[in-house]
Ligand binder design. Structure first.
Ligand SMILES: CC1=C(/C=C/C(C)=C/C=C/C(C)=C/C=O)C(C)(C)CCC1
Ligand SMILES: [Fe+2]
Length: 290
């Protein structure tokens, strides 16, 4: 992990476009696989009921949602971006804070979305002009104003809650990253070094969710097939992106694709969370093969 952190931070030394390409390669190669474990999360719920058909039952609605979001990027880019950012705060926050801590989730999940808007608004606008393929000379108010609100909330939370040292250290380190690194590099650092491993570790450590994922090594191996499929879909979509320059196209495809995958990724997480809390009787079904 420290090696990955150094690698992501080093992308800040490259010229802008080369830096983008390097961060995106790391985000794809080291960050996206955590979502590829969604099959393992869904399998114990679906396999007992659908047998070997569990995979199409899982993948069809997942991919339909993904496709819908990819189309939404073209029809309503601003609205889709706003929805993506809001969803990211929720998704990042619930992974960082754990269940049942809404204020902490908003503070921690909001950091990677609010800080770049406050610290590097121009570079952030430039990135999302490419992603949405629209003119975005300045960052829209609907992003900047909630970012200020986040700052107020985060300050109040820090004063009132006095979080434990590890949380403080993480918030401080991450803030420093967003202050000194280009925003895409800082995001890459958060995504690759905190979000993705945290998600994989929580699956590996939780015997109720994704029981086949019983260690980090196993997590990586089990993620590979769906990760490969994701890359293949990305490759097929590549020619449909209008950006002329390859790096800009990679930026748009990666970020639009992340948004599109995050919708089913987040819904699945909510659904499984709900089922586990409701005490689903999965134990009566034969254990999944593997
Ligand atoms: C690209 C980028 C940003 C936003 C990234 C987002 C919102 C990613 C969400 C990913 C998710 C939710 C993945 C799920 O596992 C920032 C940091 C605002 C500014 C710098 C560039
Ligand atoms: Fe995630």
């Amino acid at each position: 992990m420290p090696a990955a952190a150094l690698l992501v931070a080093a992308t800040a030394l490259l010229p802008r476009e080369a830096g983008w390409a390097a961060v995106l390669a790391l985000v794809i190669g080291l960050g996206v696989p955590h979502g590829a474990l969604d099959g393992e999360v869904a399998k114990p719920f679906l396999a007992p009921r659908f047998g070997r058909a569990w995979f199409p039952v899982f993948a069809a609605p997942y991919l339909a949602l993904t496709a819908a979001v990819l189309m939404a990027w073209r029809w309503a880019p601003d609205l889709t971006l706003a929805g993506f950012l809001a969803l990211s705060v929720l998704h990042f926050g619930s992974e960082d804070a754990g269940p049942g801590r809404p204020a902490e989730a908003l503070v921690r999940g909001g950091l990677p979305i609010a800080l770049p808007a406050l610290v590097r608004p121009d570079e952030t606008a430039r990135i999302f002009a490419v992603v949405t393929h629209t003119a975005m000379p300045v960052l829209p108010d609907w992003w900047t104003l909630p970012a200020w609100a986040w700052l107020v909330l985060a300050s109040a939370w820090l004063c009132l809650r006095r979080p434990p040292f590890e949380t403080l250290a993480e918030l401080a380190g991450l803030s420093l990253a967003f202050l000194v690194l280009p925003p895409l590099s800082a995001f890459g650092l958060y995504f690759v070094c905190l979000h993705a491993p945290r998600h994989m570790r929580s699956l590996a450590d939780d015997p109720a969710r994704a029981p086949a994922v019983d260690g980090m090594g196993r997590a990586v191996v089990l993620a590979l097939p769906i990760f490969g499929l994701t890359l293949l879909i990305g490759l097929l979509l590549w020619p449909t992106y209008p950006q002329a320059n390859g790096v800009e196209r990679l930026l748009a495809l990666t970020l639009q694709g992340l948004a599109a995958l995050t919708v089913p990724h987040w819904l699945l997480d909510r659904w499984v969370e709900g089922r586990l809390r409701a005490g689903d009787d999965r134990g009566t079904a034969p254990a999944p093969s593997r």
